[in-house]
Design a protein around this ligand. Structure first.
Ligand code: HBI
Length: 362
């Protein structure tokens, strides 16, 4: 076999075991996996997706493997031990991948979990790991560093800020992200409300957006998977007069309709958001993004041009930025999405990443 990989790859995309694809439990990973899968197929590569039962594979070949889901990595402390429950979905999924690896040129891992990284040296086919969050635990940092040392170039991340949370930042491949722009309609005229989109969980800082809505009196539409019920109830109790409305977890077609009508999207992450898919979805609809200057969104928003970057955790900063919104040209937001965040641009980066990995492997 020549060491120049063939033009088309056989790819096995192994999803996060955190929940079925399309459930919203996997957050940005679901959108990322779908867009990479569809773009690689469009380019003539063979794609098969492995996920847990009840997943939506958007018409692509899917293998559903059952088992106990993993506990959310971001709810663990830095010294959290690696947890493998009985009948683990993660273990079952990687047992399947081990059995079928010979049918593929490359395996792409989306799970932010210890096992697939630990198993990498035991596989005879290359595994590319798309790391979906910044540094969370010592155990994960160590096992990811071991892989990037033994298999250089196989660790992909979404932003420089995310890479910077790891000691091996300079050895990560920064891929950004991309969305199918044809699914997002540019909306020139907003309605009199602002939007917040994301998993409703403490690391997303929703309470600050609610506080800004209460201070400005501007209605806030909240869209996303309600992951932490207690957290949500506390917000409702702490901000009884805020003009907020929860629209539920919406799939892309419905999401972009409501998002497009927003005067702006507020992004209030408490943690280093690895990327912030919702930011590029908003830009694609012509919606300016007001974001804390923290993590991936700080690399997406051009301050004063496609939105505003705000002092982290400053509600007053959010309010001040909302007042400056008339300065932003909504079409400039759409143009930025087209230039930087299409699935074509992302597909170029991902395909080159695969080519580089396949060249390095004997
Ligand atoms: N937790 N254990 C675990 N594994 C994952 O793959 C995972 C997670 N929490 C969140 C998550 N993935 C995604 O929602 C984010 O990566 C976007």
């Amino acid at each position: 076999m020549t060491n120049e990989p063939s033009n088309s790859f056989r790819l096995l995309l192994v999803s996060s075991p955190i929940g079925p694809l399309g459930s919203g439990l996997g957050g940005g990973v679901e959108l990322t996996l779908r867009n990479i899968a569809m773009e690689m197929r469009r380019r003539g590569h063979t794609v098969k997706i492995v996920a847990t039962p009840g997943s939506n594979s958007w018409g692509m070949p899917l293998v559903e493997i059952d088992g106990t889901p993993q506990i959310s990595a971001q709810t663990q402390g830095r010294d959290a031990p690696t947890i493998m429950p009985a009948s683990s979905a993660l273990a079952n999924v990687w047992e399947y991948a081990r059995q079928v690896q010979g049918d593929y040129d490359l395996i792409l891992n989306f799970a932010y979990d210890w096992l697939p990284f630990y198993l990498t040296p035991f596989f005879h086919r290359p595994i590319a790991h798309l790391v979906s969050m910044g540094s969370l635990t010592e155990a994960m940092d160590q096992v990811i560093e071991k892989v990037v040392t033994e298999f250089p170039g196989t660790i992909g991340v979404h932003s420089q800020a995310q890479a910077a949370t790891f000691a091996f930042a300079d050895r990560c491949q920064c891929l950004g992200n991309g969305i199918q722009l044809s699914m997002y309609e540019f909306s020139a005229q907003p309605s009199p409300w602002i939007g917040w989109v994301g998993r409703i969980a403490p690391e997303k800082g929703l309470e600050d957006a609610v506080a800004a809505s209460e201070l400005t009196g501007i209605p806030l539409k909240i869209m996303g998977f309600l992951q932490a019920e207690g957290y949500w109830q506390r917000i409702l109790r702490d901000y009884p007069t805020a003009p907020i409305e929860y629209e539920g977890f919406l799939e892309t077609t419905e999401l972009q309709k409501r998002l497009g009508k927003c005067q702006a999207l507020l992004m209030t992450p408490r943690w280093v958001e690895a990327f912030g898919n919702v930011a590029i979805e908003a830009l694609a609809c012509g919606v300016p993004v007001i974001a804390y200057r923290r993590g991936g969104p700080a690399e997406i928003v051009e301050d004063g041009k496609t939105g505003f970057l705000v002092e982290p955790d400053s509600v007053e900063g959010l309010v001040e930025a909302i007042r400056k919104l008339p300065q932003i040209d909504r079409y400039a937001c759409r143009q930025r999405a087209e230039a930087e965040y299409s699935t074509t641009a992302m597909g170029d980066r991902v395909e080159q990443w695969f080519r580089d990995i396949l060249k390095w492997r004997k």
